[in-house]
Design a protein around this ligand. Structure first.
Ligand code: HEM
Length: 545
């Protein structure tokens, strides 16, 4: 559709908007239907459809806020509530001023879908210059480059490849859960999620586990590169940007020095056939058309670096959310999970093979319910490449467009079919009501999930994360429990979902929990019993045995 064509106006503002507030807000001018006298009948004419230039711009009251800073403060202090209030007042497509720029915000699923279906046409992916330079990311807004890389990566996420990663995943999760259960003082949730996220990303991409020192150093370098997202590109040794550039060089040096030689052998002789990390699948279909021979190594190094980057922080956040929310998940859900795991182990044994993994629909629904309530990625960013219509509003060429996940999940019309109001079904403080994995099991109640993005850039790591998270849920249900030592976790949305303060949790081996609760005096609370269990395991109070 060209920009000159007539465009229909969507008048579906939002199901969330309370009437009073909506009345106070700007509305689209709705023309009264004209009544025509036909031969013996009245019929309403189709409402006039305005041209693009007649459409209103998205409304918003940021101009009344602080100049330059705009609404940044409100946005960063509680992004989810801020967005929900603005959607209620201005509709799902509204205007704000964030991080120094006028920004159009999109906060419902139909407009997410419509906007991202127009990727490469009306919108393109735009990361801050500082991040592009520091990450050395390939320009994914060029359609052909994007298509070629997507094709290279796709094979690594097909079901045959996924089955090959299962033993790696099982080994990594078994190792970490045992380590955490042994920590006398519990674990810092954010740190635990980060270590696991990086280990998963790096080990699965490379097809080998890293030694502890290399893992920690590389993980820190990746964290430095991510920090370049929200910074000014001034290259000095002490600036965030300067440190990010230095870290990128260190990552590249490490890949060139430790990985490429081995991969070359693989390419030449396929000697490493047994070692099937994500990268080995890439190599099988690496598209080197238009790539000079001398640049092939660099292309491989860039692919390794960027896929670890894409999967690292997101997986870390997803795992932190899962561990952090686990203590508050209702017992009825945990009972069903245990029941499902009982059936799986009876039928497929204790090993987490492909058949066992496929027989866990309730565990997968639990993972999706966690992502619905705690979307690991709060938003994605785009830039408008021409004038176009979205939600009945004119989006001008050059506008920054931010698509927010939390309000999109909160405004999902599918939530209406639940037992209580939409707001209650997003309430993290009342999971008894809001946490319903069952909603994912049937088409009629299944909500949408914006957290993976939509359209041509939809996340390619979806099957990988689902497999990792499902296995975590299975292991927790079979053998472990999580207990927070610093009260229920409070969550902050930006830059990614994470506990607001350092949130400590004890990961408890269920067998030990039972043994210890049995020997402890009746007055001892469960949480202190659980903490003591960890001490007991560590050998510090072995006298009890
Ligand atoms: C909870 C975990 C994850 C979340 C929430 C997530 C989310 C996303 C989102 C929203 C996008 C689209 C970005 C945009 O449109 O601008 C994306 C793209 C991508 N993700 Fe993920 N992701 C996760 C895990 C992973 C993992 C584990 C991998 C692989 C190791 C991965 C690989 C990718 C790749 C390659 C793209 C780029 C696709 C493209 O541009 O065509 N992701 N991810």
């Amino acid at each position: 559709m060209t920009t000159n064509q007539l465009l229909p106006i969507s008048r579906d503002f939002t199901a969330l908007a309370p009437l009073k507030r909506q009345e106070a807000c700007t509305r689209l001018p709705i023309k009264p239907a004209v009544l025509h006298c036909g031969a013996f009948k009245l019929r309403a004419a189709a409402p006039d459809t305005p041209t693009l230039s007649q459409l209103p711009e998205p409304s918003g009251d940021w101009k009344r806020k602080i100049p330059v800073i705009g609404e940044t403060f409100f946005f960063t202090s509680d992004a989810a509530s801020w967005a929900r209030d603005r959607v209620a007042c201005h509709g799902p497509v509204f205007q704000s001023h964030l991080l120094g720029k006028p920004t159009v915000v999109v906060g419902d699923l139909p407009n997410w879908q419509k906007a991202l279906a127009a990727d490469f046409k009306h919108l393109h992916q735009k990361f801050p210059e500082s991040f592009m330079k520091a990450s050395g990311s390939m320009p994914m807004n060029i359609k052909e480059v994007h298509a070629s890389r997507r094709k290279t990566i796709a094979k690594a996420f097909e079901s045959e490849a996924m089955a090959g990663y299962l033993p790696f995943m099982e080994a990594i999760l078994t190792k970490y859960l045992a380590i955490w259960a042994d920590k006398p003082a519990g674990v810092d949730l954010r740190r635990a999620g980060q270590t696991l996220g990086f280990e998963f990303a790096a080990a699965l991409v490379l097809g080998q586990e890293l030694d502890e020192q290399t893992r920690d150093e590389l993980s820190q370098h990746y964290a430095n590169v991510i920090k370049a997202f929200f910074t000014i590109p001034i290259d000095l040794p002490f600036t965030t940007f300067g440190k990010a550039l230095a870290s990128r060089t260190a990552i590249q040096d490490w890949i060139h020095g430790n990985i490429l030689e081995e991969l070359k052998q693989y390419l030449e002789t396929h000697k490493l056939q047994g070692r099937r990390g994500i990268i080995h699948h890439f190599l099988d279909c690496l598209d080197t058309t238009n790539v000079a021979e001398s640049d092939v190594d660099q292309r491989i190094a860039d692919t390794i670096q960027s896929v670890i980057l894409a999967g690292n922080d997101t997986t870390a956040t997803g795992m932190t959310s899962l561990l952090g929310i686990w203590p508050s998940i209702p017992q009825r859900v945990k009972d069903k999970l245990q029941e499902e795991q009982g059936m799986v182990t009876r039928k497929h044994g204790v090993e987490m093979g492909p058949k066992a993994m496929a027989a866990m629909p309730y565990a997968l629904s639990t993972v999706k319910e966690v992502l619905r309530l705690l979307p690991a990625l709060p938003a994605i960013w785009r830039e408008a490449v021409d004038d176009f219509e979205l939600g009945g509003k004119l989006i001008r060429k050059g506008s920054s467009v931010m698509l927010m996940t939390h309000p999109a999940h909160a405004a999902d019309p599918k939530l209406k079919s639940g037992p209580s109001t939409m707001e209650k079904q997003m309430d993290l403080n009342d999971l008894e009501v809001s946490f319903q994995p069952e909603r994912w099991l049937q088409e009629s109640t299944r909500p949408g999930l914006a957290v993976w993005g939509m359209g041509p850039h939809t996340c390619q790591g979806i099957p990988l994360f689902y497999q990792e998270a499902k296995m975590m849920v299975a292991m927790l249900s079979r053998k472990y429990d999580v207990n927070t030592l610093s009260g229920p976790v409070e969550w902050s949305q930006l830059p990614l979902i994470n506990p607001k303060n350092a949130a400590h949790a004890a990961i408890i081996d269920l067998h030990m929990k039972q043994k210890l609760l049995f020997v402890l005096p009746a007055w001892q609370s469960e949480s202190s019993a659980l903490r003591t269990a960890a001490w007991f395991r560590s050998g510090k109070i072995s006298a009890l045995a």
